[in-house]
Design a protein around this ligand. Sequence first.
Ligand code: TYM
Length: 344
Amino acid sequence: MENQSLQKKVVLTCAQPTGKLHLGNYIGAVRQWVKMQEDYECYFGIVDMHAITMPYVPAELRKNTYMCAAQYLACGLDPDKCSMFIQSNVRGHAELTWILACLCPIGQLERMTQFKDKARKLSEGAGGVSIGSGLLFYPVLMAADILIYNADLVPVGEDQKQHMELARDLAQKFNNTYSPTFNLPEAYIPKTGARIMSLQNPDAKMSKSDKNALGSLYMIDTPDVLRKKIMSAVTDSGSEVKFAEEKSGISNLISIMSSVTDKSVSDIESEFAGKQYGAFKKAVADAVIAKFDPIRIKYEELMTDKAYLESVLKRGAAAAQRRADKMMSKVYRKAGYVDAISSK
Ligand code: TYM
């Protein structure tokens, strides 16, 4: 058993504890994780340390962390097949961030699109909130999350591509500066659904920070709410259910339909040839509700059992810690640190 798991490729991915997970998180991430746990040695982190790079409320962060864990389990993550953990519960993420930060040029961080977007939002906000250095170092912490497990594969949505490139650059830089240590992790980006867009503004990605409450579909929305949001999704003035760049609204709905039903885009186009947008939206709503309703029911049940959630997270953190410790002692040795405390 031990030997078998040693040979498996290692998968690591993480998501911020945003509370309610939206359809983009499900399609771009969690759905892949559920499949991958069958074939790989998987580590899934809830990144509460990333969550504090923007202004936040501690009591909400705590609640959101439980909510995320419950949603992942409700989606099918199985504690017997993967290790699900909270980032701050595993020693080493912040320590490796420091080592990598010392190798990372500041200019590379300042050029990160997500940093620029978030920094702009903060400075435009009421009273112009100051930008913490943690926000600049966000991608270095993400690189540490990946490299501390020496991950082979990292399933993510399209929006994390630039961060993934930095993680590979830093791995390479460490290997060149000291000696070969880290694998170069590969991003694993789904073919359809890597970028689910807002239902109200199909040119912006679906995101929890969308000001329009109808723009995002949440896994734990009730069926009525899901239906209402999908039926009021913005589409173009045409009537053909066809995937095309200039039809961003309808193409987004086709991607959603394809991802939740596992049907191909062309099968969906043929099925709805000659049908109106209204009929297509109704079918999308039925498909999303059929997918999410059992997840919501399971989620509600899990949220009543905090002790169970904690036991899963504790077990996940212990497994993650074992792997992280091995990597950190290697890293420290190569960096020239003296270990005068561990028993030899
Ligand atoms: P986060 O929490 O924003 O999102 C979690 C995952 O969901 C994907 N995603 C989407 N996919 C498709 N369409 C969308 N509209 C959409 N919105 C989000 C994201 O690509 C991601 O895969 N920085 C990361 C968290 C992180 C991480 C890591 C990821 C921290 N450390 C190490 C991988 C490996 C983030 O903020 O994801």
